[in-house]
Write a protein that binds this ligand. Structure first.
Ligand code: SF4
Length: 463
């Protein structure tokens, strides 16, 4: 769970990066960072918190340049504010380099131990730093790759770094005169390219291009390395993988509905999930209520397929900031009520189908069902527009541990009883897979327990 953005060859690149990364705020709220090059040097600003609240006008004025990368971070371990926030910048024998990363490496622990044994240094506790350390470790030029003259110095080092890591990584490297975009060979995380006049842009999701009025160009393909510099834009495929594993959870929940990722419009995929859920469902209800915001699009699909009215039975409060860790359950429950408010005008005396995108721990669903009942709903039928989450993610999405996942501990009927709904139904895995054109190219491990890539050593989960 992170968002990355990059732009090469634009006056005021730092400002484009600011707005571009703001559009990806939903992918991480813990910290924000922007690194900018003016072809001579690289400067960086990193702040804890939200983009709009944390980055000041003076910060942007101090950055001023033509090329930039930016990052928003969601952290689950380690230092969340300063040290591990990105971009990570280091002075190397190739000059100063900054890097941003979305994903998670599955061989971080053994690889870091091996590098430390060799005497290579680490400052951070995130797997992202590994890419910079590995730039110093060696060179690799796979057979059949013809390098453009201006790539001869840097790319064999980048290829070496990529040859050493395994896992999920969409990356942007910023050198003082080059921006290099990378997507791992299995394509776990999305990475898109855009164009704006003479500039080339990169982003985790296409919604970052919309805000800048840039044109969506294409996806960076799984295994592709794209170089942008004064000589133009070049593409290499140093390491291919027969197997792809694009994260289907991006379509279920993570990406914004207006985004285009993995060659799909998220909105269409999500709406289809709702339609399929409706076709699999026989419950008789009067009203369809989405859990905002992520349940809205599948609820629309569900309601249209059923010919039922979609009503806003839950209203989201948009002004929720941080809340404290409360000492009692009653106070903790208020946190959910801060975010959502039931709409009695819609709910009173009604049999409602409430649609959410996923059900992970079950605690929020329980509160929502309770909230709907207290607001007068006669029956509450919980429908989930994805299959039960049965396994954790090792590839960059912050799902809880296996033990915390309710579907891993309880049968369907027990979960229904736990959340207090009159009925409970999930979308089947088969239907979810049918939403995408080539399901064999997607990872669905957290729903199926079929992990496309094994973790080496201890699992490291950072983002
Ligand atoms: S395990 Fe789930 S969340 Fe992780 S990459 Fe696979 S589909 Fe996505």
């Amino acid at each position: 769970m992170c968002g990355i953005f990059g732009i090469f060859n634009a006056e005021y690149a730092e400002r484009y990066a600011f707005y571009g990364i703001y559009a990806l705020q939903h992918r991480g709220q813990e910290s924000v960072g922007i690194a900018v090059s003016n072809f001579e040097d690289i400067k960086v600003v990193k702040k804890p918190g939200l983009v709009l609240e944390s980055v000041r006008k003076e910060d942007l004025e101090s950055l001023s340049g033509y090329n930039a990368i930016a990052h928003v971070r969601y952290s689950t371990a380690g230092d969340s504010g300063g040290l591990n926030s990105q971009p990570i910048v280091r002075d190397t024998s190739l000059g100063r380099v900054a890097v941003v990363h979305n994903g998670n490496l599955v061989n971080y622990i053994p690889l870091r131990a091996e590098l430390e044994e060799k005497g290579l240094r680490f400052v951070h506790t995130s797997d992202t730093e590994l890419f910079l350390t590995l730039l110093e470790e060696g060179e690799n030029l796979p057979e059949g790759i013809d390098l453009h003259p201006s790539d001869v110095e840097v790319l064999p080092r980048v290829f070496h770094a990529l040859s050493r890591v395994r896992g999920a990584y969409s990356l942007l490297f910023l050198f003082k005169d080059k921006l290099i975009a990378v997507r791992d060979p299995m394509g776990f995380r999305p990475l898109l390219m855009g164009r704006l006049k003479d500039a080339v842009l990169f982003a985790s999701e296409s919604c970052a291009f919309d805000i800048l009025q840039a044109e969506l160009w294409r996806e960076v393909k799984p295994g592709e390395v794209v170089v942008a510099d004064a000589q133009g834009i070049r593409s290499y495929f140093p390491f291919k993988s027969e197997k792809k594993a694009m994260c289907i959870f991006e379509l279920v929940y993570f990406s914004k509905p207006e985004s285009f990722v993995f060659d799909s419009w998220v909105y269409r995929a999500r709406k289809r999930m709702g339609e399929l859920l409706a076709y699999e469902d026989e419950v008789l209800a009067e009203t369809v209520v989405p859990v905002p915001d992520s349940g809205l699009v599948p609820a629309l699909g569900y309601a249209q397929a059923k010919g039922l009215p979609l009503e806003l039975g839950l209203i989201r409060n948009h002004y929720v900031g941080r809340s404290f860790i409360e000492p009692t359950q009653a106070l903790r429950d208020i946190k959910v009520l801060m975010k959502l408010n039931p709409n009695r005008a819609v709910l009173e005396g009604k049999r409602v189908v409430v649609i959410d995108d996923s059900l992970v721990r079950g605690t929020t669903s329980k509160k929502i069902v309770n909230m709907l009942r207290r607001a007068g709903a006669k029956e509450v039928h919980m429908r989930i527009a994805s299959p039960p989450v049965v396994g954790p993610c090792y590839y960059g999405i912050d799902t809880p541990t296996r033990e915390e996942l309710i579907a891993n501990r309880m049968e369907l009927e027990d979960i229904r009883r736990f959340i207090g709904a009159d009925s409970l139904k999930y979308l089947s895995l088969e239907s979810l897979r049918s939403v995408v054109e080539s399901p064999q190219d997607f990872c669905d491990a957290c729903f199926s327990n079929h992990y496309p890539l094994e973790v080496e050593g201890t699992a490291f989960r950072m983002r």
